[in-house]
Ligand binder design. Sequence first.
Ligand SMILES: [Zn+2]
Length: 290
Amino acid sequence: MSAPSTDEAAPRPDLIPEVPIALGKLVRRVLCNNPGMMTGPGTNTYLIGQDEIAVIDPGPDDAAHLDAIAAAGSGRIKWILCTHTHGDHSPGAAGLKERTGAEVLAFADRDGLVCDRHLVDGDTVEGTEFTLRVIHTPGHAANHICFLLERDRLLFSGDHIMDGSTVVITPLDGDMGQYLASLERLQRWSPKLKAIAPAHGHVIDDPAAKLDDYLTHRLEREAQVLASLQGFGAEGADTAQLVAAIYTDVPELLWPVARFSVWAHLRKLGDEGTATAVDRDDPDTCWTAA
Ligand SMILES: [Zn+2]
């Protein structure tokens, strides 16, 4: 097996629940059977290493999934790492620890996750065959971290960057300003990233293009939010009115989610002094362009 391929002609291994798929010499993926609107095909759990294994994102507390991860680990799982504490990523940590005795590591104890050790930006997890570097990437969640497999320059991006689904930024824990700053930091990363293994979807073979797309899309949306808000004049508008004005190309089913995104953009504009709110912590508050 080769390292994650940058050859576009190479087929992408299928996403089949609970079947370990080798993505490289040291990397395997086990897809959890939890597909949905917010999870795409489901949560990707990654196993790094053959001798000593680190698991990234055990997923939900799903017995079949945890059994599949433990079986693939054949007694060699030493670390359970969580990119963040959302329901499709970290609740499986306790059950996987029970099955394997491995140590649980993440940024913080939260949302029911109990860590043996906390990780901060710049920390490393060192296996006999690899180094995983911790990169704090707040935005989607304040406690979100990515893991860089340095030998392959492969980034395990959690929900910071996804393939095929949109990353939701939900204040107050989510923060659009921090999110864009975290994307820009990865864009500047040296040596350049070779590939991104997201928690949802396939491996991304062109990180630079993906990061550019993400930043461009968000900044376009931000400009739309500001222009729309300016159109409402001195009376201003709330997030529901702005979504109805902006998201005309998106099914109404997704509007409740879009409201959080608009709110996140408004808060960033507020930080930058171009929008003001009666109560910026209230998702239903009225905003006006400054
Ligand atoms: Zn997720």
